[in-house]
Design a protein around this ligand. Structure first.
Ligand code: GDP
Ligand code: ZN
Length: 328
């Protein structure tokens, strides 16, 4: 009689050297490998945060991932040139935390990060790090007011590694509802320092900022870090290639201020560039909306539309060659 190996469900808590570490319901952690049916390169391969079904064959030192369950939310790196397949980096998180240094906010990048964060389907929070580098609380407020149109004041937090209370405010947000948070932001913004403070010990290596102001990447594995105050965090160092890909929903959410005004434009498909009766341009003229914000919005929408066209062309070419699907 063939013994059917036991099947259990777990969560991928760490991914390094290709063998996912899976945490089972009872808290045990087990190294696993993928079943051969989960083809290399397919999106069925498990990533951090994935819920998986694993079998435990007798006499085998690893579990076998038989199935990756559907993802509630996911962070996907997409190559706008279409040369590489989209790559899922993390799954099933509740909150994306975007870190930007308060003394050197990169507005363009922040807008892009917001689009990508909203595109995941999770809640979004912006953390302004190194608040101690500002001369006064008034200056902090000044910066905050400058970008609160981007996310709303209640989704904006100033934090410093010299201000334990500021870190605890973030810890509380993550703990509420037992959330899993994903932390993104360019290298050197203070992500590792933040994780260490949330954990209460130096588990992440921090980087000395180089002369050019950029840190180096030190973390290589992706893992879910369980926080003593509740909830979990995934540090995503150096997410490069923040390419957009049909990001209309993300753009809509990241620029909800503009989309609200656009509801009053005369034409439903108004591009807010030269149409008569455009409420958005009127808002810029009256000073209710920053001109740069409209520029960013138009630029990102164009980028998203171009990527969509390019991808559709690539698909047409592939199907004409008789390869409707990619083979691997
Ligand atoms: P990561 O690359 O995003 O992980 O950034 P790190 O956590 O390694 O921090 C980069 C540099 O910024 C290090 O030299 C930290 O000591 C410094 N740093 C981090 N947080 C703060 C902060 O709140 N205030 C100040 N002044 N420096 C900080
Ligand atoms: Zn318009």
């Amino acid at each position: 009689v063939m013994e059917t190996p036991a099947i259990e469900t777990g969560v991928v808590v760490k991914l390094d050297r290709g063998f996912p570490l899976v945490r089972l319901g009872d808290g045990r952690e087990l190294r696993c490998e993928h079943a051969t049916s989960l083809v290399k390169g397919s999106d069925q391969r498990a990533v951090v945060g994935d819920a998986v079904r694993i079998s435990l064959p007798d006499g085998h030192d690893k579990g076998i991932i038989e199935e990756t369950l559907p993802r509630r939310t996911s962070f996907v790196r997409k190559d706008p040139t279409e040369r590489a397949l989209p790559q899922t980096l993390a799954a099933n998180f509740d909150l994306v935390i975007i870190a930007q240094p308060i003394e050197d906010i990169n507005t363009r990048r922040l807008e892009r990060e917001l689009v990508l964060a909203h595109e995941t389907g999770a809640e979004v929070l912006v953390v302004l790090t190194k608040a101690d580098l500002m001369a006064s609380p008034a200056e902090v407020e000044e910066v905050r007011s400058h970008i609160d149109g981007f996310v709303g004041n209640d989704k904006l937090l100033a934090i410093s590694d010299r201000d334990e209370a500021s870190v605890q405010r973030l810890a509380q947000i993550i703990a509420e509802g037992d959330k899993t948070a994903v932390l993104i932001g360019r290298s050197g913004v203070g992500k590792s320092s933040l994780v260490n403070m949330l954990v209460g010990s130096d588990i992440q290596k921090t980087t000395a900022v180089r002369g050019d102001g950029k840190g180096r990447h030190t973390t290589v594995s992706r893992e879910i870090i369980y926080l003593p105050t509740g909830g979990r965090i995934i540090d995503m160092p150096g997410v490069r290639g923040l390419g957009l890909w049909d990001a209309d929903e993300g753009i809509g959410a990241a620029f909800s201020d503009i989309e609200e005004i656009a509801a009053s434009c005369r034409f439903r498909d108004c591009t807010h560039t030269n149409e008569p009766g455009c409420a958005v341009r009127a808002a810029v003229e009256s000073g209710d909306l920053a001109a740069e914000r409209l520029e960013s919005y138009v630029r990102l929408r164009e980028e998203s539309a171009q990527v969509k066209t390019r991808r559709e062309e690539a698909e047409r070419i592939r199907s004409r060659r008789g390869h409707p699907r990619r083979r691997r």
